[in-house]
Ligand binder design. Structure first.
Ligand code: RNT
Ligand code: ZN
Length: 420
């Protein structure tokens, strides 16, 4: 845990503080703010989006690469893995659940689940002080007919999933109420076609009608935040995605719900960074699925870099940290799953902290004065301010792991598992 290097960590921190002070940045204030910003961890990286139902051999609508041993097989194992990952991240945490992670007392169809079937999760979250977010799993199920759910041409299929959607909102509302923090309820459906549709409109009308039925009941935003997640295209549905970005944004604005922007769901040269200020003024809620798309919809483990930094800087510069919720979304079964979470959590945390430490007032002032030379020069210089010394200090003082020391712990945890 670097204990023997405590003096180095503290000295580096003091130096960093002095550097930031020169730019009028209050490091302690930034740290306090950092500790209030939750990162919602997607539970589904823990078992490759499989869930706990026993459905036999059904087609999966989420492409997960790899067969690394040790995937969690039940709620207790998944919760233990999540706790392990959280112990290596100094941020405030929430957990993002899918309905396939229900733990009903007897086998229950997915569209008949209630909040009681998530008691194990809710009690655990209450005890640990994590908020919970929720999604109905509109995928990998016998009622996904030809890859369609809410937009299906078949009424019985739509009815099945509408019921699941209505139930999902009730569950989310109940979770929010029981935990005293609003639950982000996100809808993503994989509905689409591999090849050119003859009638796009019919699917979109079906989706509108299904969503209208799901959102019919008004529920207090105090406990639930409804958001809709669009996508450019998915693997296997390259020609047509019913729930495109335009579709959901228009639906959200018209119907007073929010949107979820997944950073891996855009054209490779397009970035979600620019969309935050375009969308936030018009919708009540924005949830981010922070992901790393490599070339296409690929959901790679989140890592540091300009892209992630630009996103967090955009949120910081617009003072959006209280309006925009941050969740992670990636899945990789070719590496240790707890390590995947930790890498993503730590990269997101570092980027948030780095953004909070940016002397934003100086770049903003340069721009307002028309001094674009200074704006660019300062942006470049600020990338190298000693934020990592502050990060190490935050890790150290929160009893989290400093530097790569967490990796030994993950390896030890892995070798203690008896799951195969
Ligand atoms: C899929 C979406 C969605 C899923 C989860 C499992 O492209 O990003 O958020 O990752 O619902
Ligand atoms: Zn997503």
């Amino acid at each position: 845990m670097y204990r023997n290097k405590e003096d180095v960590i503290l000295r580096n921190y003091d130096h960093a503080k002095a550097v930031y002070k020169d730019f009028d940045v209050d490091v302690d204030k930034a740290i306090e703010k950092f500790k209030t910003i939750p990162i919602s961890l997607h539970c589904w990286q823990g078992d490759d989006v499989k869930g706990f139902e026993d459905l036999g051999d059904v087609e999966s609508q989420n492409v997960v690469t790899g067969s690394y041993p040790g995937a969690a097989r039940n709620g207790d194992e998944l919760r233990a893995d999540i706790e392990k990952a959280f112990s290596m991240s100094p941020a405030k945490h929430r957990v993002n659940l899918h309905s396939i992670y229900a733990e009903p007392k007897k086998p229950t169809p997915r569209n008949e689940l209630t909040a009681d079937d998530f008691n194990g999760w809710i009690e655990w979250a209450k005890e640990k002080d994590y908020g919970l977010d929720f999604n109905v799993s509109f995928f990998t199920h016998p009622m996904m007919v030809d890859g369609f759910s809410l937009a299906s041409r078949r009424k019985d299929v739509r009815d099945y999933w509408v019921k699941a959607g209505v139930g999902g909102r009730e569950i989310s509302y109940e979770i929010g109420k029981r935990l005293g923090t609003p639950c982000y309820h996100n809808i993503w459906v994989p509905d689409g076609l591999k090849d050119i549709p003859a009638n796009r409109l019919v699917y979109r009308q079906n989706l509108i009608e299904s969503l209208d039925r799901i959102f019919e009941k008004k529920l207090d935003r105090k406990y639930i935040r409804d958001v809709l997640e669009g996508k450019l295209f998915g693997i296997g549905i390259e020609s047509f995605t019913v729930g495109s970005h335009e579709f959901y944004l228009a639906y959200a604005v018209k119907n007073g719900v929010g949107v979820c922007l997944d950073t891996g769901h855009y054209h490779p040269t397009e970035t979600a960074v620019d969309k935050i200020t375009a969308v936030a003024p018009f919708v009540d809620d924005v949830l981010l699925h922070v992901s790393r798309g490599v070339r296409w919809d690929s959901d790679h483990v989140l890592i540091q870099g300009d892209e992630l930094d630009a996103l967090m800087l955009e949120i910081k510069r617009g003072d959006f940290f209280d309006k925009i919720a941050i969740g992670l979304d990636f899945f990789d079964a070719s590496i240790n799953r707890v390590a995947a979470w930790v890498i993503g959590l730590r990269s997101a945390g570092k980027s948030i902290l780095k953004a909070l430490l940016e002397p934003t007032h100086l770049v903003e002032e340069a721009e307002a004065n028309g001094d674009y030379t200074s704006r660019l020069a300062l942006m470049e210089e600020f990338k190298n301010l000693p934020f990592n010394a502050v990060w190490d200090y935050v890790c150290h003082t929160t009893g989290t792991y400093v530097g790569s020391t967490w990796l030994d712990e993950v390896k030890a945890y892995e070798s203690g598992l008896n799951r195969n």
